[in-house]
Design a protein around this ligand. Structure first.
Ligand SMILES: Nc1ncnc2c1ncn2[C@@H]1O[C@H](COP(=O)(O)OP(=O)(O)OP(=O)(O)O)[C@@H](O)[C@H]1O
Ligand SMILES: [Mg+2]
Length: 385
């Protein structure tokens, strides 16, 4: 008997769909040449305990997160006597939250407890990775870097403990926002990942295909085409290539084919939607409403004042209490750090860098549809307004 939810018993193309999840760290990784410089630092640290801190910067989808996770897995597999802690500034965006995360605390806990536990836990040789460091506010990032740059001098630190800090971020100038004294004592080595070229994307796709697809279900020619479109039209961001391949594989599987076929450009459009939706789903209510308001404000009038008026109106339609002015500016700066808007301007307004104009950097129609789907009343209210 067949039922509506029957699965395909045999798959012709997809062997393991998990391999196409963006968080998946493949067994066979494409080692980009800059990874050797990071590995050298880690080896020096393991062998001699000399921490030469690193700032790893680069384009979105250039493999920053994946390559560090790959090195972490290798270090763990080798069984080195080493603590390896990974924290993302997207969720843990203050010094306190970062320390709590390293301690393994999930809920908010008395700060004194966090402090004591942190200095107790980080002992011996420890590598601390702070990913998405651009999303930590500059003041907090400065405090975190200060702590690690003066590690040996802090009274609480266990005698034998040494820490190697690996900061990761998209903004190449991130460490310039540190106080000069903190920057000079941290003295991070700068490693930059440029966008992938088509040959590199092909290699990344080939390794994924070997791991996640059945032999015969894919061809080098198809992967070459995907790699070329990604390099030429999607800034060499590997996320788009991997998701486009997944899209093509799933569609071909559902059509009952034994080999991947289909419209590559269409698969990229779908991949881009998925990347944007993943970004939007990581934003809070006010971040979404402010981004939405920027998309809804006429293009020639995207001043901070006009967007704030639109935001207050959007909040009233959505039945949400708007945030105060200073918080509004903070959220706009956070959206800028997330690279979903670009801010520019000369007029002094609010805290931090002066800003005047706010331009969305996302697909505006899709963002509007997504946010309207999240808040009842928004669509109706704004089309009447
Ligand atoms: N060298 C590589 N070998 C295998 N897979 C890779 C490689 N580089 C990137 N990828 C894959 O491409 C995707 C994007 O990589 P990753 O998330 O590491 O980029 P990122 O530089 O951290 O981007 P972001 O700035 O958006 O955080 C991931 O699924 C990752 O596994
Ligand atoms: Mg990353």
């Amino acid at each position: 008997m067949t039922t509506l939810l029957d699965f395909f018993e045999d798959t012709n193309i997809i062997k393991n769909g998990e391999v196409f999840d963006l968080r998946y760290v493949p067994r066979h990784f494409y080692i980009r040449k800059e990874m050797h410089r990071i590995a050298e630092n880690i080896k020096m640290f393991i062998k001699y305990g000399i921490p030469e801190h690193i700032y790893l910067s680069g384009k979105p989808g250039s493999g920053k997160t994946a390559s560090i996770k790959y090195l972490q897995r290798e270090a763990e597999m080798r069984g080195f006597n080493l603590g390896f802690y990974y924290v993302s500034g997207r969720e843990y965006n203050t010094k306190y939250k970062i320390m709590a995360r390293i301690c393994g605390f999930e809920r908010s806990i008395d700060p004194n407890k966090v402090h004591d536990e942190f200095f107790r836990r980080v002992k011996g040789k420890a590598i601390i990775v702070l990913d998405e460091a651009d999303l930590v506010s500059p003041r907090e990032l400065n405090d975190v870097c200060f702590m690690f740059s003066r590690w040996g001098e802090a009274v609480e630190v266990a005698n034998d403990s040494v820490v190697l800090l690996i900061l990761i971020g998209c903004n190449v100038n991130l460490t310039k926002s540190l106080e000069p004294s903190v920057f000079s004592s941290l003295h991070p080595k700068f490693v930059f990942y440029g966008s992938y070229k088509k040959e590199e994307l092909f290699e990344i796709l080939r390794l994924r295909a070997k791991e996640g697809l059945h032999d015969g279900g894919w061809s080098d020619e198809m992967l070459e085409e995907i790699a070329a479109v990604c390099a030429e039209e999607y800034l060499g961001d590997a996320r788009f290539a991997i998701l486009a391949l997944r899209e093509l594989a799933v569609n071909s599987e559902f059509r009952g084919l034994d080999r991947i076929e289909g419209d590559i450009e269409g698969a990229f459009v779908k991949a881009a939607e998925n990347v944007l939706i993943a970004t939007l789903s990581g934003l809070g209510s006010h971040e979404l409403l402010i981004l939405y308001s920027a998309c809804r404000t006429p293009e020639d009038d995207r001043t901070i004042g006009a967007i704030r008026r639109m935001y207050e109106f959007a909040c009233s339609c959505a039945g949400v209490k708007p945030v105060k002015k200073s918080k509004f500016y903070e959220v706009v700066h956070a959206l800028d750090r997330l690279n979903v808007v670009s801010t520019a301007g000369k007029a002094k307004a609010g805290r931090g860098r002066p800003l005047n104009y706010v331009m969305p950097l996302v697909d505006e129609d899709l963002t509007i549809r997504y946010v309207e789907g999240m808040f009842d009343g928004l669509r109706k209210g704004l089309s009447w307004g």
